[in-house]
Design a protein around this ligand. Structure first.
Ligand code: SAH
Length: 467
């Protein structure tokens, strides 16, 4: 080990950042999280590059700056390598630990990559050999550690005296803390729920193995695992029971714990399937048995996912739950077609609707959807496409309104169709059978031109061949 890792006391001390531009700003962002008094020493501050926040600006020449007695350490980050090296020498002459940006040879310390779950802080260093590797390791640790970790550590500290009064030191006390942290991390508790559980554990009310059930309503995104959130992946990895919909891709189900009970509660048009009430009952039953239930839904669970009924069922049953959002089909389709869902001048508002096929659907306010500046995302609208076209045009929407249809958005077999409102019904008819289809009306695709050019090129080529 050429460098030894330590944590330097910052509270009640000063940290000095030399420089007034972007390099100094980067160091300032790091040290601003500490409880130190931060002094930024620079003759001038570059507007737009550095934001002082709570730091204090000392307008001084760095090479005559008088270090406060309580200085913890300093950064030389003026953007001028030579000046930074001079500052480093000056600081060292004043017995102050210093790091000059990108100059390990003249620095006393190296700044690690930091995973911050204050007060749990993880510092990763490679002695300057491979900063990219350090950042990759950081990303993996970031993904593995719950955000609530710091809160749990603080909570444990606040319970320390009571635990000491209640539980004998040694094995028993260690077992208490292990059980507390393990349960809290495994069940992904927020700090308040963890506090309640610790109270229960301490008052000895919890019987052996009386784990409470928990439900995670999780959006799996529109396609494969790459469009899932990290949280969704983690929750799936911890589930005892997974109740999933037909739209959830098999590669995503693969991510569940091998021992988990997997139940398909999928409802697809026309096919026999469970009733909503049966699904609600299944969720509450499994959770009441003390299981962690993951209710996995395609896209985002809160958009046309019958989430409300299921939330009501679990809250009526007094069960604890969380909702984990997902990338909804409209967002995925918009991304694929490079068609912003809101855009100044074209799409001032986004309307999210479902159309099942009943022409003149009483629930749909077609007149307001026909406004020329609203973008409309239609879910479950394939069979109703011709009706949607007719209703919108009847209510005054221009037949030339651009329309993007995306089948299997966010999946390997995705297909994008660029069309206009006047041809919506006909285009939808020619999309692949059985593929989920997202219809975006009134959005402008930045791929539409490329698409047209490509088709034109192809026809030119075949025309040339024919000629
Ligand atoms: N909760 C889901 C929507 C469920 S309703 C979400 O947020 O995306 C089901 C409808 O969503 C389908 O009929 C289709 O219109 C749309 N949809 C879901 N996944 C899709 C995908 N990968 N590509 C295109 N449309 C999709």
């Amino acid at each position: 080990m050429r460098a030894f890792p330590i944590f330097v006391q910052a509270e009640g001390r000063s940290i000095i950042v030399f420089g007034g531009g972007a390099d100094a700003a980067a160091k300032l962002r790091l040290v601003a999280k500490t409880e130190a008094q931060v002094l930024v020493v620079a003759k001038t501050l570059v507007a737009g590059e550095i934001d002082l926040g709570d730091a204090e600006w000392v307008q001084a020449d760095p090479l005559t700056f008088a270090f406060p007695d309580n200085t913890a350490f300093a950064y030389a980050a003026t953007g001028d390598e030579e000046l930074d090296a001079q500052i480093a020498a000056y600081a060292r002459a004043n017995h102050v630990l210093i790091c000059a940006a990108d100059q390990p040879d003249v620095s006393d310390f190296i700044t690690p990559a930091i995973v911050d779950r204050d007060p749990v802080v993880i510092a990763i260093g490679t002695e300057g050999t491979a900063p990219v590797l350090a950042r990759m390791i950081k990303a993996q640790i970031e993904a593995a550690l719950p955000q609530a970790l710091g809160g749990l550590a603080k909570l444990a500290n606040s319970f320390r005296d009571r635990v000491a009064d209640t539980i004998a030191p040694g094995g028993e006390r260690r077992a208490f803390w292990r059980s507390f942290f393990k349960g809290a991390l495994q069940d992904r508790l927020d700090v308040e729920t963890a506090r309640q559980r610790a109270e229960t554990l301490l008052s000895g009310e919890a019987g052996e193995g009386a784990r409470e059930g928990f439900i995670s309503f999780v959006g799996s995104g529109p396609g494969g695992p790459d469009l899932m959130t990290l949280k969704a992946r983690k929750v799936l990895d911890e589930a005892d029971v997974v109740l999933y919909d037909a739209l959830v891709a098999p590669e995503i189900l693969e991510l569940a714990r091998r021992e988990a009970l997997m139940v398909n509660v999928g409802k697809r048009c026309g096919k026999h399937s469970l009733k909503q009430q049966d699904i609600c009952d299944l969720i509450t039953q499994h959770a009441s048995d003390g299981h962690h239930v993951v209710r996995l839904k395609g896209g985002d669970p809160a958009i046309f996912g019958r989430l409300a009924e299921e939330l009501d069922a679990v809250s009526n049953a007094g069960l604890a739950f969380e909702v984990v959002p997902g990338v909804t089909a409209a967002a995925a389709a918009s991304a694929s077609a490079a068609a912003p869902l809101t855009e100044r001048g074209h799409a001032q508002e986004l309307r999210v609707i479902t159309a099942h096929g009943a022409d003149g659907d009483a629930d749909v306010d077609w007149a307001s959807l026909a406004r020329s500046d609203s973008a409309v995302a239609v879910y479950m609208g394939k069979r109703a496409a011709a009706d949607v076209q007719r209703q919108l045009i009847l209510n005054g929407r221009a037949p030339s309104t651009p329309v993007v249809l995306v089948e299997n958005a966010g999946r390997g077999d995705e297909k994008i169709h660029h069309t206009s409102l006047s041809a919506l019904g006909a285009t939808a008819k020619h999309t692949s059978k059985g593929a989920p289809l997202m219809m975006l009306i009134g959005v402008v695709s930045r791929r539409a031109n490329a698409h047209a050019i490509q088709t034109q090129d192809q026809s030119t080529i075949s025309d040339r061949k024919a000629a």
